[in-house]
Design a protein around this ligand. Structure first.
Ligand code: GLC
Length: 426
């Protein structure tokens, strides 16, 4: 290993390469999170072991019943690609400690138990087949490892546990070719980066995977903010991670989850916030115990992909970090340079206005066909005068109106930075 850098030098070095490493991520906009593990068999929540105080023996005994079908990661990747997603992040190990890859570090893994297969290898292959960037989620907190709790205060236990953790991470960064994202989670019980030896660990990661993006959950800021359960823009690169139903990351019964699950419009509203503030949306599915995509996620994701395919020019390229004030209750907007993209929430059926735009409008049209729209502009009101009777978008009843100006448009009450709090648009 090359010489270990101190925190300041390490952070300067990673900052210097960040723009290059993050280029694909900043245009990716949309990714699929996959929470898959033994907890899928319980169908109640991925925390079921800890929350219900299940005895360790009982939890362990169920591992061999875990029999995901061969090829299921291919189904996730296919759907992700259909949905317009550009990358995936799979739980290689969640808090239950069960490793989904062929690890030498423990027998508590999917090659020794359950399916007797390397699920991570299947996943990596599927991502490559569909041209998706590859992310590995890895929980630092571990309920199964004997030192996973005592490492907080017993230094011998800590040494063993850190060796274990670093060994797992080293395998993941070594055995599967190029990996694009390392997504740590829950750095408990150690309370600082020194306790986790995160500087050492992440320098090892970057030596093995020079282009990798690392999130902010190893008690170092690293490359990425990870708002969870809310799509709140941050000033830095950020990615909001969201469950599909507000109930669980792991699988829960589809029929019961359906009323709480996203439809295409809900997904697009989250994407809108991401597009308007230089962020990404990492939307989760929790596959069924046999590895199938949960039923309720399929159509909304496919419809999202169809909509995105029509509006790719609005979704993927890097937009300005820009928020308008209120333009009208029927719309939200994003901006790229001299163009404003107005996303409709409700179709007005008659001439309708956009309030507060201070910049003279040059032209307006409906995407994706670029059907010209006529307008009048006076007294801080743009009145769109020939809107079609029905919303032209039949997939999500959400159309995009492009407004073009001679200069970047200004809106009264517009802020150039997203509000750090209350920045949600969905
Ligand atoms: C939380 C939960 C976990 C989930 C994660 C996703 O930290 O502990 O179950 O995997 O969020 O961001």
């Amino acid at each position: 290993m090359t010489e270990l850098l101190c925190k300041q030098d390490y952070e300067a070095a990673t900052a210097a390469t960040r723009d290059e490493r993050m280029a694909w991520f900043r245009e990716a906009r949309f990714g699929m999170f996959v929470h898959f593990g033994l907890y899928a068999m319980y169908g109640r929540n991925e925390w079921v072991w800890a929350l219900e105080n299940i005895p360790k023996d009982e939890y362990e005994a169920r591992a061999d019943a875990f029999q995901p079908r061969e090829g299921c990661p291919r189904e996730w990747a296919k759907l992700a690609s259909e949905a317009g997603m550009k990358y995936m992040v799979l739980t290689t190990k969640h808090h239950e400690g069960f490793c989904l890859w062929d690890t030498k570090m423990t027998d508590w893994n999917s090659v020794k138990r359950g399916p007797k297969r390397d699920i991570v290898a299947e996943y990596v292959e599927a991502c490559r087949e569909f041209g998706l960037k590859i992310g590995f989620y890895h929980s630092l907190m571990d309920w199964h490892h004997p030192d996973g709790g005592t490492c907080a205060y017993d230094m011998d236990a800590r040494r063993r546990f850190l060796d274990y953790t670093q060994g797992c991470v080293r395998e993941l960064m070594t055995n599967y070719g190029k990996i694009d994202v390392l997504w740590y989670d829950v750095p408990e019980p150690m309370k600082n980066f020194e306790g986790w030896e995160s500087l050492q660990m992440n320098q090892m990661v970057r030596e093995l995977q020079p282009g990798i993006i690392i999130n902010n959950r190893s008690r170092l800021d690293e490359d990425l903010g990870t708002p969870e359960g809310h799509v709140s823009p941050e000033e830095r690169d950020w990615e909001a991670c969201m469950t599909f139903n507000g109930i669980s990351w792991g699988y829960v019964d589809s029929n019961q989850a359906l009323p709480d699950s996203y439809n295409v419009r809900g997904i697009l509203r989250m994407l809108l916030t991401a597009c308007g503030a230089k962020g990404n949306l990492l939307l989760n599915i929790g596959p069924t115990p046999d590895g199938s995509v949960p039923e309720e996620a399929i159509k909304p994701l496919q419809d999202t992909g169809k909509w995105i395919a029509k509006h790719a020019e609005v979704v993927y390229p890097v937009s300005d970090r820009w928020r308008t004030g209120q333009l009208g209750g029927w719309v939200n907007a994003t901006r790229r340079g001299n163009k404003m993209y107005v996303w409709t929430k409700i179709w007005p059926h008659e001439p309708a206005g956009l309030g507060g735009i201070m910049t003279p409008l040059k032209s307006a049209c409906l995407l994706p066909d670029r059907t010209p729209l006529t307008f009048e502009q006076a007294n801080q009101r743009i009145l769109l005068t020939n809107l079609p009777k029905e919303c032209p978008d039949k997939i999500a009843n959400m159309a995009i109106i492009e407004l073009e100006f001679d200069e970047p448009p200004v809106h009264k009450g517009c802020s150039r930075q997203p509000a750090l709090h209350g920045g949600k648009q969905h």
